[in-house]
Unconditional design. Structure first.
Length: 442
């Protein structure tokens, strides 16, 4: 919008200036014609008494035109030329640059013209002599050209300078619009603070007020949704755990294989339901914005603790391998709880969806980059984009809620980090890699 406004104003301004100069040239042409015609008439009328007096005192009177020819003008071009003619049309006197042949102009007082000259003819009271003064149209065209150059030449400099001035003024005036746009762009589920409308121009205040009202309604709706999700997940954990315990006791008491099979199906459903409730609780905490903390935290210690917890609960703890580069450290003002949730979701995804009997490797690089690599078939870019969506599980038969990566990305956005998914993994022809990049402020 700013570029279009600057370009439009510059074009309109340049067009108006050119139009004004064009109209000025039309007026100047008319004024120059009046000035030149007035000069012609004034010169001819002033020459008449001088010529009459000169001819009366000639010795002998009536000498030939060659004898009465005016002297040289010293080499300078004459802008006005004249001839003095008798009633028969014979040239009695002429200026230095005037032709020897009589002008192609009638012997009657007033203006006349041909293809090259504008003439004015003046005569004495007895009409015994006729003074004809001529002005070449070339002189008028030259004066008009010089005037046009004098008017147009400044525009060559004025139009760019004016364009730069318009750019500066427009950029300054529309700066509040850009600042308002940036403020609106920052608003999301983690930032719903009101926009300070007092610092905005009067024309933009209604927009900021409307956005603030919308943010207030969204904040209320999101808080209600988060509270409902958190309360529901928290309240479901106890009855699910109780139902799961009762089901396991029932399996131990049942005698027939068919009954035990049905009871185990119930147990599996309750386990999945408990897992979903746990993910919903994590999602609620992620939506609440727990990513940042006020003090520096050593996240390497959190990594060790999470890996140890996973190994204790695994049948094959050696499947989870941690590689820490010498001197590698990851620290920053991040929430330990949020980072632990991120790690648990990524490691759990690698263990559940990775190829069985293949190790899940965790790499902590020297620059603080954390990579989690597991065996898997190569995925396309469309599949990688799909699994980022909430409740999307991709092409897998393994159990899961489809919320893990959504929770991870939500928390990482609060921690000013990002999640990079690669398939195949780095330096491999297959496998899946989740790369966690945080600003390392160790």
């Amino acid at each position: 919008m700013t570029r279009r406004l600057i370009l439009s104003l510059t074009i309109v301004m340049a067009f108006l200036w050119l139009l004004a100069v064009g109209l000025g040239l039309v007026v100047m042409e008319e004024e120059l014609a009046e000035i030149f015609d007035g000069t012609l008439q004034d010169t001819a009328e002033r020459l008449v008494p001088l010529v009459v007096d000169d001819l009366e005192h000639r010795d002998p009177p009536g000498a030939s035109p060659q004898q009465l020819q005016t002297g040289s003008s010293g080499g300078d071009r004459e802008y006005l030329i004249y001839q003095v003619r008798d009633p028969s049309g014979r040239v009695l006197i002429r200026s230095h640059d005037a032709p020897e042949q009589a002008f192609e102009a009638p012997l009657k007082p007033g203006f006349s013209r041909n293809a090259e000259y504008q003439f004015y003819t003046a005569t004495d009271d007895n009409r015994t002599i006729f003074v004809q003064v001529a002005d070449a149209f070339e002189n008028r065209e030259e004066a008009l050209r010089e005037g046009a150059v004098a008017l147009f030449l400044p525009l060559v400099l004025l139009i760019p300078v004016s364009g730069a001035a318009i750019w500066l003024v427009v950029r300054r005036l529309v700066r509040p619009v850009g600042e308002l746009r940036q403020e609106i762009e920052t608003k999301d589920g983690g930032n719903m603070e009101q926009i300070d409308s007092a610092m905005l121009p009067r024309e933009l205040r209604p927009i900021a007020i409307s956005v603030n009202r919308l943010m207030a309604r969204l904040r209320t709706a999101l808080e209600a949704e988060r509270e409902f999700t958190s309360n529901s997940a928290h309240e479901l954990r106890t009855p699910i755990a109780g139902a799961l315990a009762q089901t396991q006791m029932l399996i131990a008491e049942l005698k027939t294989d068919a009954s035990r099979h049905r009871a185990r199906q119930i147990e599996a459903s309750l386990v999945r339901l408990g897992h979903l409730a746990e993910k919903l609780l994590q999602l609620s905490r992620a939506e609440a914005g727990i990513g940042m903390a006020g003090t520096q935290v050593d996240l390497g210690r959190v990594l060790d603790m999470v890996v140890t917890d996973f190994r204790r609960s695994m049948d094959e703890p050696e499947r989870l391998v941690l590689h820490r580069a010498p001197g590698a450290r990851l620290a920053g003002p991040f929430s330990e709880d949020a980072f632990a949730i991120v790690l648990r979701n990524l490691i759990e995804n690698a263990l559940v969806h990775g190829t069985r009997n293949t190790p899940v490797e965790i790499f902590l690089e020297e620059d603080g980059c954390l990579r989690i690599v597991n065996g898997a078939d190569v995925m396309s870019d469309a599949q990688l984009a799909s699994i980022r969506k909430r409740f999307s599980r991709g092409n897998t038969a393994a159990a899961g809620s489809g919320l893990g990566l959504s929770i991870v990305e939500r928390l990482l956005s609060q921690m000013n980090g990002r999640l990079v998914l690669l398939s195949p993994a780095s330096s491999r022809r297959d496998g899946f890699e989740a790369r966690l990049e945080l600003p390392n402020r160790a």
